[in-house]
Design a protein around this ligand. Structure first.
Ligand code: PLP
Length: 397
């Protein structure tokens, strides 16, 4: 099996699992209990909070709240800010956010909020001047993802934070950091970002644990009411083993960042160049230079993405297509549509996302197999004339 779908989820690092096991097996006390049996889980929770503080570059561990996933972090941030600023009725986000942000905004729109969705160019870069123009004194919240999950394109969130605070200081800024965590350096204390969400399973911790950074000047209402865990923001007995796992995973990801930026990027570039060179109907969907190191999104013109995935899967290769099967119809990716990717490549776009566990041998195998798969699929494509033209253009290059 060759796993190249690390933006969907990642394998749990052995070291993370080993760190978690004592808290699943023996140290099962409720971390909020008074007896000494609870002191180890309570201490582990504290330690994990400090590890996440360092991972996102926050000032204080009091700014870190544990959640169950990236979606919960985003929902807590967005709904929490909006509920604390009821007099402000305007919101901004981008057209390329993850559904956990987009659908939360859509729900608020139904409740009467006015929302501006900012567009991107053909390379996936955000239109910053559009965002600047849309900012208003009654903008309660702006949400922009740090890195896009489909293309890997990085948004200049530090610069956006500066723009927001200089024009409308009371507007809060939430950054979905789920796809930047472990792939680029994040240092929220040096920025004007108010809130940042991350998710453990995207950086080799298990599924079911996430975190939300909230700077000390931002007030939120809670999504889950109950006990006073997480200082009243998020009720529910703390999931100590998973939180411990995420803390360890964060430390490992920080240690591996240099490798990620150099080696993972080298393998990603090798894979990408190998495919773009050897497959004549392929094109890159992203800004070549402004991406997280592990992601490539390649459009294969005049073929169906689902067929490519099935052929890859037959060879044991896991990748993903931008399209989601909703209500029985194949919807092309909202991100690629926002970029204006031509319809000829929209349905045949594939995301390969690597990790620090990806090997050179795996990359070489995919480079070798991709032209063979494409050879089969282009032969059955109904667009033979168009493919012939493409082949000739490629030959002439
Ligand atoms: N934000 C981005 C950019 C993502 O890629 C994802 C997951 O794919 C999420 C949020 C949601 O994270 P989770 O699956 O932990 O809810």
């Amino acid at each position: 099996m060759i796993y190249l779908d690390n933006n969907a989820t990642t394998k749990v690092d052995e070291k993370v699992l080993n760190e978690m096991l004592p808290y699943l097996r023996d140290e099962y006390a409720n971390a909020s209990s008074m007896y000494s049996f609870a002191s180890k889980p309570a201490k582990a929770l504290q330690e994990a909070r400090a590890q996440i503080r360092d991972f996102v570059g926050a000032k204080d561990e009091k700014e870190i709240y544990f959640t169950s996933c990236g979606s919960e972090s985003a929902n807590t941030a967005i709904k929490g800010v909006v509920n604390c600023n009821k007099e402000k009725r305007h919101l901004i986000t981008t057209k390329i956010e993850h559904p956990c942000v987009l659908n939360t905004y859509k729900e608020l729109e139904k409740q009467g909020y006015e929302v501006d969705y900012i567009g991107v160019n053909a390379q996936g870069d955000l239109n910053i001047s559009e965002l600047t123009e849309k900012l208003r004194k009654d903008t309660a919240l702006v949400s922009v993802m740090w890195a896009n999950n489909e293309t890997g394109v990085i948004n200049p969130v530090e610069e956006i934070a500066e723009i927001i605070k200089s024009r409308s200081p009371q507007t809060k800024f939430f950054v979905d950091g789920v796809q930047s965590a472990g792939k680029i350096q994040m240092n929220v204390k040096d920025t004007k970002i108010d809130l940042l969400g991350i998710s453990g399973h995207k950086f080799h911790a298990p599924k079911g644990v996430g975190a939300l950074y909230v700077n000390s000047s931002t007030r939120l209402t809670s999504l889950i009411n109950g006990g006073h865990q997480e200082r009243g923001l998020r009720a529910g007995t703390e999931n100590v083993p998973y939180i411990v796992g995420m803390g360890k995973a964060a430390t490992l990801a920080s240690d591996a960042l240099e490798y990620e930026l150099k080696e993972v990027k080298r393998l990603r570039d090798k894979l990408e160049n190998g495919i773009l060179r050897n497959v004549y109907n392929s094109r890159l969907n992203a800004n070549l230079l402004n991406r997280v190191p592990n992601t490539t999104n390649i459009g294969f013109e005049y073929v169906e993405g689902e067929l490519i995935l099935l052929h890859l899967s037959d060879l044991g290769i896991c990748a993903s297509s931008g399209s989601a099967c909703t209500s029985g119809s194949l919807e092309p990716s909202h991100v690629l549509r926002a970029m204006g990717v031509p319809f000829t490549a929209l349905h045949g776009s594939i995301r390969f996302s690597l990790s620090r566990f990806t090997t050179e041998k795996e990359v070489d195998f995919v480079i070798e197999k991709m032209p063979e798969i494409m050879d089969k699929l282009t032969k059955i494509s109904p667009f033979q004339d168009e493919l012939k033209k493409l082949r000739e253009i490629k030959k002439g290059e």
